[in-house]
Design a protein around this ligand. Sequence first.
Ligand code: MLT
Length: 407
Amino acid sequence: MITINEHYLKLQASYLFSDIAKRVSSFQENNPDKEVIKLGIGDVTQPLPKACTAAFHDAIDEMATEAGFHGYGPEQGYDFLREAIAENDFRSRGADISADEIFVSDGAKCDTGNFQELFSNDITIAIPDPVYPVYLDTNVMAGRTELFKDGRYGGLVYLDSTKENNFVPSLPKEKVDLIYLCFPNNPTGSTISRDELKTWVDYARESKALILFDAAYESFIQDDSLPKSIYEIEGAKEVAVEFRSFSKTAGFTGTRCAFTVVPKACVAFDKEGNSHSLHALWNRRHCTKFNGVSYPVQKAAAAVYSPEGKAEVKALVNYYMKNADHICKTMEELGYDYVGGKNSPYIWIKGDIDSWEFFDMLLHKAGVVCTPGAGFGKCGDGYIRISAFNSFENVEKAMKRVRKALQ
Ligand code: MLT
């Protein structure tokens, strides 16, 4: 008899964004004449930078020649991309990361979801609340939690991110082994200062813990005093793995390219307390389960670091940040309390009703899709997240409708 991994039965019925998509389709079926504006899932809408599409085209033309054809590439990514990443994203900011510490992949969602495979099942995990659901669900699937009760899984240490702590969690009271952090934060859009991040790095060093740092939204940071990478903090290389993505930075959500940095100095321990290189373990996993990102996509990603690519990416980020600014201003004028939107494409808004009710109200009265905060955890209840990823025209139109619905 074929039996299932019963840990899957502990999961909530469906993945948050699939759940929202179903509600929106049903609304559209019942209201075919109403135009819906999507500011829910953080999916980009603007075209790829021209530098990227030109490199993409060239690489495809190369593939059509005998000399330029590429079969399987290196699983870890081509050197031209790994070198460009190490130089531009890290060394230029004083973070000493080498090209061979970078693993190119098809998405930060997969990498943040898969990385937990390297750890034993009895570790103690600290997970922020609210949180990007992937970190949580993949640990549930792996059997690292107890049942879901009163809005939380047993067996985890939740790190509350609330207005009281400025949406930056404090160190846990109990000892933990694995810590998930995401800054600029998804979903709240909050940021972490160098000093605050140093506190976490110091904690991880003292307790032989590991930080999984999701920096997928770093390109939206406008304030130069904020760290873009955890490796800008002294000592982080031994205790942190960092996830990055071209999805939001350069509009690659449909093109698929991301990378994970696993420094060679980063270790985890066996039951006897002997240290093992996480770089070696992740390399083993990556080579076994992944066959690399296609050559044209990696060429397109490398073009992000050309002078034209850099200028276009900056313009793209500025475009979405103008949307974010418009959303923030509307919320301010309506008297709503919010965080985010200054160094992040997400705006986290406090309502005075339950967050699914708030979601339904905006959908039905304004035809605007947001994301209910409760979908990201117990501390998200009462909040909604509005994403700045859409055209400015749509954001303007959506905010006019939201204003009417909320006034
Ligand atoms: C989000 O809306 O939270 C993200 O776009 C989801 C993702 O990147 O997978």
